[in-house]
Design a protein around this ligand. Structure first.
Ligand SMILES: [Zn+2]
Length: 246
């Protein structure tokens, strides 16, 4: 167990002492392409019965999957891949102009079956790790996204039980505010693309991915509330559109 110390630049947070466990190492990684440092973070759940089972999968070369970090239900942070390297967690998808999300991101897996809430101790560990990563690389909270955001229709993690508002309250993600449904203009999918959602996903897939994150209990066809929220998000957090990865 190595201890990494740092002083958070965010004055609202006390200095944090992160404990990083190096018990497991994944052989599944490569060199980042087109960039040498991450500018976004992708959150996942493992959808496996235990942290140990997930670690074994993420460290088994035959599966060719990995993540930089895996956080257990007990709050232990395991580092599986060095941050310098391109871990294999995101797969096919995009966010804004980024189509090689693995090259641009840090991937964090949360041990979770997909059917259970995320324990407080696990969320606290995630928040400490995220705070350190965002500070160190100067990553905007708007660039902390879910796997489901970059791969609509294909992925649904970290899922409806993940508390994005909790992260947003700490400046570690974003959440809509001051939404006014009766003053909306424009097209939902234009705003969704301006916010970052992939433009090659179907309208239904984009709406489902958006609701999974921002309106987990909403059902039925697209409505004014959806439009109001995505308008607010796209206005306040338009995604950077760097040149397309190719
Ligand atoms: Zn995932």
């Amino acid at each position: 167990m190595r201890v990494r110390q740092f002083l958070a630049t965010d004055v609202t947070r006390a200095p944090v002492q992160l404990q990083i466990n190096h018990r497991w190492c994944s052989p599944s990684f490569g060199a980042r392409r087109g960039t040498d440092r991450p500018d976004m973070v992708v959150l996942h759940y493992t959808a496996m019965e235990s942290c140990k089972a997930a670690a074994e999968r993420l460290c088994d070369p035959q599966f060719e999957v990995s993540a930089h970090y895996l956080i257990g239900e007990n709050g232990v942070i395991h580092q599986l891949v060095d941050e310098v390297a391109r871990a294999w967690h995101a797969g096919r998808g995009a966010w804004g102009g980024i189509t090689d999300v693995n090259s641009h991101s840090i991937g964090i897996e949360l041990a979770n079956t997909s059917l259970h809430p995320f324990p407080d101790v696990q969320m606290v560990a995630l928040e400490s790790l995220l705070s350190e990563i965002l500070n160190r690389y100067k990553i905007s909270p708007a660039r902390v996204i879910g796997h489901s955001d970059m791969a609509p229709g294909r992925k649904s993690d970290p899922g409806v039980r993940f508390d994005w508002q909790r992260l947003a309250r700490q400046g570690l993600s974003i959440w809509p505010k001051g939404v006014t449904p009766n003053r909306t203009v424009g097209d939902f999918y234009d705003h969704a693309a301006r916010f970052g959602y992939p433009t090659d996903a179907s309208p239904e897939e984009v709406l489902n991915a958006f609701r999974l994150r921002f309106r987990p209990h909403a059902t039925g066809p697209l409505n004014d509330r959806d439009l109001a929220i995505i308008t607010e998000l796209a206005t306040r957090f338009p995604v950077d559109l760097p040149s397309q990865d190719a």
